[in-house]
Design a binder for this molecule. Structure first.
Ligand code: HEC
Length: 173
């Protein structure tokens, strides 16, 4: 825009050299600003940001779904890509799931099933997650935000890490 304005201005054959230099400088700065703005990543989606906030700051899904190193720190680059749980129940829980499957990229569940699971506690087919996956009752809006964020993440190399809720029969509880 500014570059075009400069061209038009200059093509009007104005003769004042000071004015020409001044206009050219303003045009150059304008072009630089445009180039800089063009290089920036697209403005972040508020829905995805909301989902990231709920996952990282409120529900702490990564405590189970992200692998941790020996110091208990989440392993960089493997966020929500599935992990063997580091704890067990102190009383027998026959349907205990010892692995939190990879949920980055949502490799196994459809968006609709994931929203249903996180907002009603079961998928559209009535399948529930085994413990210790909490039976969340997020609002539909928050569940959709969480699912949008999960779908924006790269799935782990081993997409099958953990069997996942969808591969088991609904437990009777
Ligand atoms: C206390 C540990 C724990 C926390 C915290 C946790 N999960 Fe889970 N999650 C699990 C386990 C274990 C399973 C596997 C359950 C099964 O196999 O039936 C699971 C399963 C799932 C599934 C089904 C995956 C599939 O492919 O079938 C989804 C989706 C999911 N979790 C999302 C979340 C989200 C989103 C959060 C945070 C809002 C979260 N989980 C927090 C332990 C946890």
């Amino acid at each position: 825009m500014i570059g075009l304005a400069v061209d038009i201005f200059i093509s009007q054959k104005r003769t004042d050299p000071m004015l020409k230099t001044c206009v050219a400088t303003v045009g150059l700065i304008g072009l630089l600003v445009l180039c800089w703005a063009g290089d920036r990543p697209p403005a972040s989606d508020p829905k995805i940001e909301r989902g990231k906030y709920l996952i990282d700051k409120v529900a702490l899904c990564g405590d189970c779904h992200t692998p941790h190193d020996e110091q208990g720190e989440p392993i960089a680059g493997q966020k929500l890509q599935g992990a063997a749980l580091a704890f067990e129940p102190t009383v027998p829980v026959p349907i205990w799931a010892a692995t939190a499957p990879g949920i980055a990229g949502l490799p196994r569940l459809s968006a609709g099933d994931a929203v249903a699971l996180l907002s009603t506690g079961e998928t559209t087919k009535g399948i529930r997650s085994r413990p210790p996956m909490p039976a969340y009752r997020l609002t539909r809006q928050d569940a959709e935000a969480v699912v949008s964020y999960l779908r924006s993440l790269p799935a782990g190399a081993d997409k099958k890490a953990g069997k996942g809720t969808t591969s088991v029969e609904p437990p009777n509880r």
